[in-house]
Design a protein around this ligand. Structure first.
Ligand SMILES: Nc1ncnc2c1ncn2[C@@H]1O[C@H](COP(=O)(O)OP(=O)(O)OP(=O)(O)O)[C@@H](O)[C@H]1O
Length: 288
């Protein structure tokens, strides 16, 4: 498959954070989820890709072209939605739309109005009066109304109620069902990805820990439960994460066969994206 976006040794240093020569690529026609806990570097990566912050080192190629040298033509083909607002609060939706629409050569007013209808937004309303969910819907309507080939979104579902989140996921599925469309979005709400992601990239403390097909990831990792008697020096290293209580152990492994050989009484369960993510990064369960 062709890569729609290639991040090559991207590096960015803040006072106490280091995006450490990260490297990954997105396949055309896929929805890729960019996951990681708070402060892991998702926004910094996305802003660097979009040229919204200055990177220290590395190369970004989008649609096969150098992103810096071809910024204008590339941005014309990207729809982006950022976590923090980039709207002028005093404008109405209609006025803000005019500002943004003028930046794109393939602006599609009909498509924009259909999203405005679908999301039940009022074009005469002031941006400042929008709720977080309405703001996100407006941003999505703008991002999808200029025939973008790549949608890049930073935490588009955070703070949205389950109904709006589900609607947004449906829109993403519709978007990539068209030929040559791809979507990349960051989230720490991994349940959104169970249904719609094709690929997953995990970042932690400025480093990419894995870049995998979702189905392959969920098949190659299992949750294992059993009696504490089975846990010893030989079996412990077979787990990526392992919790023990007086009821028994509960762990995640990517060595299913070795675990079954070493622990014949083990109970295997399907794992979730969240279990796998936490197994790699450690820490508490993240609430939806
Ligand atoms: N402009 C900045 N100046 C200094 N440090 C920054 C700046 N922007 C981000 N950081 C730091 O870089 C680290 C990564 O932040 P980033 O926003 O990329 O994480 P994130 O994965 O998007 O987190 P979240 O899920 O909380 O949005 C954090 O420690 C943050 O404090």
């Amino acid at each position: 498959m062709t890569a729609v976006l290639e991040v090559d040794h991207l590096t960015k240093k803040f006072h106490d954070f280091y995006l450490d020569h990260i490297h990954f690529s997105l396949e055309k026609g896929c929805i890729t989820g960019f996951i990681g806990t708070n402060g892991s570097g998702k926004t910094t990566t996305i802003k660097s890709i979009l040229g919204l912050i200055h990177k220290d080192d590395g190369k970004i190629r989008i649609f096969g072209e150098d992103a810096e040298r071809n910024e204008r033509s590339i941005k014309d083909r990207i729809g982006f939605v950022m976590d923090e607002g980039y709207f002028y609060e005093n404008l109405t939706l209609q006025e803000m739309k005019r500002v943004i629409a003028s930046a794109y050569t393939r602006w599609d007013e009909k498509s924009f109005l259909s999203y405005i209808n679908r999301f039940q937004l009022n074009l005469q309303q002031k941006i400042a009066k929008l709720s977080k969910g309405m703001r996100m819907k407006f941003a999505v309507a703008l991002a999808l109304s200029h025939h973008a080939d790549l949608l890049i979104m930073d935490e588009p579902t955070s703070g949205l109620d389950p109904l709006v989140r589900s609607e947004l996921m449906q829109i993403l599925i519709e978007f990539v069902s068209e030929e040559n469309k791809s979507a990349f979005f960051s989230t720490h709400i991994t349940s959104d990805l169970e249904r719609i992601a094709d690929m997953l990239i995990l970042i932690d403390d400025g480093k990419i820990l894995f870049e995998k097909e979702k189905d392959e990831l969920l098949e190659s990792h299992v949750r294992v439960k059993g009696d504490n008697n089975w846990i010893n020096e030989e079996t412990r290293p077979l787990f990526l994460s392992l919790n023990q209580s007086h009821f028994g152990f509960d762990g995640v492994t990517n060595q299913k066969n070795a675990v079954l050989r070493a622990i014949p009484g083990a109970v295997l369960e399907r794992t979730s994206i969240e279990d796998v993510m936490l197994a790699y990064v450690g820490g508490e369960k993240i609430a939806d």
